[in-house]
Ligand binder design. Structure first.
Ligand SMILES: [Zn+2]
Length: 115
């Protein structure tokens, strides 16, 4: 603990609800690393500590859902709507404003900062 910063004693809890209003972010968009299609807005991004970039909403009609039934487990695969690159998976998540969590492979995305 740094004694000159007494307010840093607040402990961050990973499972607290997502509050986008309180989350600072760099304005911009995330595009498909393969075709450049805009997939997500930076202000819809959050961190769940999973190591994967997570979003609670995609941009426009940019993301296609593909229902998988593998090993008896329902999963929703996310694909780029333009080039069909595999992006990640969609999960239900009560912590987000939409009740959904887009769990995306970092390699599938490219960040473009707002000018
Ligand atoms: Zn694409």
């Amino acid at each position: 603990m740094n004694p000159t910063h007494p307010k840093t004693t607040k402990i961050l809890v990973r499972n607290q609800p997502v509050n986008p209003e309180e989350r600072p972010h760099e304005p911009g968009v995330y595009t498909c690393a393969s075709c450049g299609h805009v997939l997500f807005e930076a202000d819809k991004k959050f961190d769940v500590g999973s190591g994967f970039p997570s979003f609670w909403q995609h941009a426009g009609e940019s993301v296609r859902q593909n229902h998988l039934d593998t090993y008896g487990r329902d999963r929703i695969q996310l694909l780029c709507n333009r080039c069909s690159q595999h992006l990640g998976h969609l999960f239900e998540d009560k912590r987000t404003p939409t009740g959904l969590r887009y769990c995306i492979n970092a390699n599938a995305l490219q960040f473009k900062a707002e000018e």
